[in-house]
Structure formats: structure tokens, C-alpha cells
Ligand binder design. Structure first.
Ligand SMILES: NC(=O)c1ccc[n+]([C@@H]2O[C@H](COP(=O)([O-])OP(=O)(O)OC[C@H]3O[C@@H](n4cnc5c(N)ncnc54)[C@H](OP(=O)(O)O)[C@@H]3O)[C@@H](O)[C@H]2O)c1
Ligand SMILES: *[C@@H]1O[C@H](CO)[C@@H](O)[C@H](O)[C@H]1NC(C)=O
Ligand SMILES: *[C@@H]1O[C@H](CO)[C@@H](O)[C@H](O)[C@H]1NC(C)=O
Length: 192
């Protein structure tokens, strides 16, 4: 059993991972040319840089965040970089009505949607429960619930275009899982 668990399963896993990744089509920048793409949280940071890369690849870009002034600058730089088109709609993802209408308006403006890139995040001080439950609710709404609302609103268009949803995550998300896995491994080893 130990042989299966320690050697055979990991080797099988590596083999399957290799097969899966080598079988998928390789990325080419032309793939994004003319594609209609939404990037959320695109006024700065990773979202802004993604918008610029998409612009260089000739995509139609729609960006959103709260700060209108910054979005204006992002849009004009996207156009300089070669975007097929670039627009913004400013608003907060605390407002689920805004989230829903943002997708609908984008669809009307661009005539469909090929890719929804969910990237915005509200920064919450890590002092949950010691302080105010409102902080937990706010971050759940902006960082999670709005992702669901945006995805549901975009699904009909993405089905039509055979499009994709991209979610920008964090290694912080892996951390808890690894921690648990380590604990389980320790328990297992104790039993063996
Ligand atoms: N940077 C890193 O090292 C790192 C590491 C791991 C994962 N990530 C992930 O990468 C993504 C982007 O991170 P980042 O570091 O680029 O973040 P960032 O620089 O803080 O940018 C966050 C974006 O979200 C927008 N935003 C914030 N609150 C919002 C709200 N209530 N409604 C709508 N938009 C809002 C901000 O614009 P406004 O303030 O104008 O609204 C901004 O455009 C996140 O999902 C994050 O978890 C980042
Ligand atoms: C939420 O967004 C909608 C659509 O943009 C807007 O009409 C409404 O006033 C917003 N609600 C609040 C509380 O700001
Ligand atoms: C939709 O996209 C997937 C993944 O990119 C691809 O395997 C599939 O053939 C596509 N389907 C159609 C109808 O284009």
C-alpha cells in the first residue's frame, strides 16, 4: 500500500498532468485579436497590465473599477497600444445592480462577449471577528458575490461565443489547503 501511495500515485499524477497540459492548444497572441474582453479592477495593478496586454493583442477591451479618472487614462493608453476598441464603465462592485448592468451594457456596446476576466479585490484588514462583522460581509460581497453576479450575467453571451471566464486568484488560496493537506499527511503517517 505504501508503495502505491508514495510512488505509483504521484507518478500517475505527473503523467496525467503532462498529458493534460501537452494536449491543450498552445497560447498565441493572435488568439485574442478582435476578441471582446472585460477586465474588472483594471484601474491599477494586475488588472491594468492585463488590459494593456489585451490591447497589444488587438482585443476589444472594456475596463471597470471605481475611479473614473484613472479608467479614462487606461482606456486612452489601450487605444495607443492598438486595442480594437476600448471603453470604461466606472462603479463599485459592492453594488450588485451595477455589476449586472455593467455586463449587460458591455454586451450591447461590444455586441457580445468572449472573455470575462474577474480580478477586482477590496483590501480588508485581516482582523475578522475581532472587529466588526460588516468587514466580512463587505469583502464577501466585493470579492465573491459580485464574481457570481458578473458570471451569471455573462453566461448567455459566453455560451454563444464559446467564451471563457478567467478568475485571478492568489497563492493565499492554496495556503489553507496545503496546511490541511499537511495535517492529513501527518495523521496518516501516525497511523502507518
Ligand atoms: N499584487 C499581488 O501581489 C497579488 C498576489 C496574489 C493575488 N493577487 C490578485 O490579483 C488581483 C489584482 O490584485 P492587485 O494587486 O492588482 O490589486 P490592486 O492593485 O489593489 O487593484 C485592485 C483593483 O480593484 C479595484 N477595486 C477595488 N475595490 C473595488 C470595488 N469596491 N469595486 C470595484 N472595483 C474595485 C481597484 O480600483 P478602484 O480602487 O478604482 O475601485 C483596482 O483597479 C486580485 O484578485 C488579487 O487577489 C495579487
Ligand atoms: C447601484 O447601481 C445602479 C446601476 O448602476 C444605480 O442605478 C444605483 O443607484 C446604485 N445604487 C447605489 C446604492 O448606489
Ligand atoms: C469551444 O472551446 C473549447 C475550448 O477552447 C473547444 O474545445 C471546443 O471545440 C469549442 N467549441 C466550439 C463549438 O467552437
Amino acid at each position: 500500500m505504501a508503495f502505491v501511495k508514495n510512488y505509483l500515485l504521484p507518478i500517475l499524477g505527473i503523467f496525467l498532468a503532462y498529458y493534460y497540459y501537452s494536449a491543450s492548444e498552445e497560447f498565441r497572441p493572435e488568439m485574442l485579436q478582435g476578441k471582446k474582453v472585460i477586465v474588472t479592477g483594471a484601474s491599477k495593478g494586475i488588472g491594468k497590465e492585463m488590459a494593456y496586454h489585451l490591447a497589444k493583442m488587438g482585443a476589444h477591451v472594456m475596463v471597470t473599477a471605481r475611479s473614473e479618472e484613472t479608467l479614462k487614462k487606461v482606456v486612452s493608453h489601450c487605444l495607443e497600444l492598438g486595442a480594437a476598441s476600448a471603453h470604461y464603465l466606472a462603479g463599485t462592485m459592492e453594488n450588485m445592480t451595477f455589476a449586472e448592468q455593467f455586463v449587460a451594457k458591455t454586451g450591447q456596446l461590444m455586441g457580445g462577449l468572449d472573455m470575462l476576466i474577474l480580478n477586482h479585490i477590496t483590501h480588508t484588514p485581516l482582523k475578522f471577528f475581532r472587529d466588526d462583522i460588516r468587514l466580512v460581509r463587505d469583502s464577501m460581497e466585493v470579492n465573491f458575490l459580485s464574481y457570481v453576479v458578473l458570471s451569471v450575467a455573462a453566461l448567455p453571451m459566453l455560451k454563444k461565443s464559446n467564451g471563457s471566464i478567467v478568475v485571478v486568484s492568489s497563492v493565499a488560496g492554496e495556503w489553507g489547503r496545503d496546511q490541511r493537506r499537511r495535517q492529513e499527511q501527518e495523521k496518516c503517517q501516525a497511523r502507518w
